[in-house]
Design a binder for this molecule. Sequence first.
Ligand SMILES: Cc1cc2nc3c(=O)[nH]c(=O)nc-3n(C[C@H](O)[C@H](O)[C@H](O)COP(=O)(O)OP(=O)(O)OC[C@H]3O[C@@H](n4cnc5c(N)ncnc54)[C@H](O)[C@@H]3O)c2cc1C
Length: 287
Amino acid sequence: MAEFFRPEDLQQALSLLAEYREKAAVVNGGSDIVEDISKGKVKPDAIVSIGGIRELGGIREDGGMLRIGGTVTYRQMLASDACQRFRGLIRAVSQVGSPAIRIVGTPAGNLGTAAPAADCATMLLALGAQVVLQCGEGQRTVPLTDFYYGRGKTQRRPDELIVSIDVPSLAPGEGTGYYRVARRKAQDIGKILAGCRLTLENGAVREAKISLGALNACIVRARSLEEAVAGKTAAEALGYLKRTFPEEAGLRESYFREYKEQVTSSAVARAFALALEDAAERSGLWQ
Ligand SMILES: Cc1cc2nc3c(=O)[nH]c(=O)nc-3n(C[C@H](O)[C@H](O)[C@H](O)COP(=O)(O)OP(=O)(O)OC[C@H]3O[C@@H](n4cnc5c(N)ncnc54)[C@H](O)[C@@H]3O)c2cc1C
């Protein structure tokens, strides 16, 4: 039988993780890990429930970063003015699970589970997010591009907590978009996820970050598409994405392959089009 702890501050939580290490299970909103514990897939000696730690709450924008605390929930993000500026992020978060899941679920938990079909994590990857990890000895920051090394595997050490997820603030000309393909609108895991952050300059794409979820063991950046669209006019780039399947999407040979290729290209193009629209509106160019 595991011992249950509900530390009141960050230092207490980190001491528990240092003591129990691999034998500790961090529970945040619990929407992923509680099922794993109850089914016996995870058998901890200590359950460390971090939801009540005040230092890990709060969303703020400072120093050119949007900082989302380690226990911030999806519902809190949806109510945050700072998050509203990131339209792609709001779109991704509003499509997670159902209202009940969004009340408890957190972006930190979405990163911690490291599932491939993770809506918020996929959008955060396109946004160029960084994961701030803390243990008793101090903090380190890992770019989200380096955080995963396999399905369910992350660079987080057992004595560390995700204390914040930092997203570079939007500059003029930037826009964000997200598109998810799923069987149903609510309470369903996405089949193909695409996120985009881009910079529009004089009608051309100066830079784009494009992410894909649910297609590989981990969420990935579609670097081949990013390189191809840089320098193209918005219309050329969109046309290119509609007809190009990203080489980073590791599809297996199957009856559905051709269909999935087409839907993937379409999902990427839609995320890109939403980001274009956002960039144009934010620059006051939209008529
Ligand atoms: C019915 C249902 C529908 C769902 N639909 C979706 C969906 O549409 N899209 C989607 O992406 N996900 C979905 N999920 C999965 C889940 O809700 C999300 O992944 C959510 O973001 C997990 O957050 P949590 O706080 O509940 O994580 P938890 O279950 O508390 O934790 C998940 C993992 O992250 C670790 N962790 C959590 N916080 C921290 C931290 N601060 N520091 C270190 N480690 C931490 C935990 O130890 C655990 O390993 C769904 C789940 C359910 C049950």
